[in-house]
Design a protein around this ligand. Structure first.
Ligand code: KIV
Length: 262
């Protein structure tokens, strides 16, 4: 695998090829994921749930993400490293820039932020300063209390159309990637076909440009397996083989199937 850059992801989209993404939190798993060919590693604030045992991602701090990004950066090989901006990094554009600066210094090559069209100014300022941005939309876990639980988003056509318009505004502001979580497969497809940038899905159906899973779900060690996830360790005999099986299943579009979609 060649070194994965934002341009490489864009080229995959243009070629109609899918790519695989996975969360990573330490050097050892990052190395295995890279060697399996997984194109993008995310130091997600899901670490608050799968590593720290919280019931939401909200307690995760910038220091937590900074620490785990440094660990993953030391272990990963050619994969692109994305890091999450934690809850409340977006209270002001100045704070967004400072927090993103910390993560880029830690080794991140792209930052991910949760939000909608109102994030446009922050994204514009980040990209102006050379920081690639992934905008996370749909079920954004940092808003779990406002949503009243982890619920599928964009089910009605008005909300779905609004989400497409918001995503377009974020792309116009400079977002290099859109990540869509827990939306109907039809909306995932519409986003992929409408937007010029790659669309990564988690619970967004098969017809997006890339797929992402939380590593603990993919290995079946999470307390509860979400409907959109699959335990790849269950059908292989090692962690290395499970990472490879996940990558292969995404590249050949065998994952996700309808049972993992909304
Ligand atoms: O924090 C995380 O791991 C994420 C993924 C679920 C996309 O945001």
């Amino acid at each position: 695998m060649k070194t994965v850059t934002t341009r490489a992801l864009q080229a995959l989209k243009q070629a109609g090829e899918t790519f695989s993404c996975l969360t990573a939190y330490d050097a050892s798993f990052a190395r295995i994921a890279s060697q399996a060919g997984i194109e993008v590693l995310l130091v997600g604030d899901s670490l608050g749930m799968v590593l720290q045992g919280h019931s939401t991602t909200l307690p995760v701090t910038l220091d937590d993400i900074d620490y785990h990004t440094r660990c993953v950066a030391r272990g990963k090989e050619k994969s692109l490293l994305m890091a999450d901006l934690p809850f409340m990094s977006n209270t002001s554009t100045e704070r967004l820039l400072q927090d993103a600066g910390v993560l880029i210094r830690a080794g991140a090559e792209m930052v991910k932020i949760e939000g909608e069209a109102w994030l446009a100014e922050g994204i514009r300022e980040l990209t102006r300063r050379g920081v690639p941005v992934c905008a996370h939309m749909g079920l954004t876990p940092q808003s779990v209390h406002q949503f009243g639980g982890y619920r599928v988003q964009g089910r009605d056509s008005v909300h779905a159309e609004q989400m497409v318009a918001d995503a377009q505004a974020l792309v116009d502001a400079g977002a290099s990637v859109i990540l869509l979580e827990c939306v109907p497969a039809q909306l995932g497809r519409l986003m992929r076909d409408t937007l010029e940038v790659p669309v990564i899905g988690i619970g967004a159906g098969a017809d997006v440009d890339g797929q992402i899973l939380v590593m603990h779900d993919m290995l079946g060690v999470s307390a509860r397996l979400p409907r959109f996830a699959k335990n790849f360790l269950a059908e292989t005999d090692s962690i290395e083989a499970a990472f490879g099986a996940y990558h292969e299943a995404v590249k050949t579009r065998r994952f996700p199937s309808e049972e993992h979609s909304f």
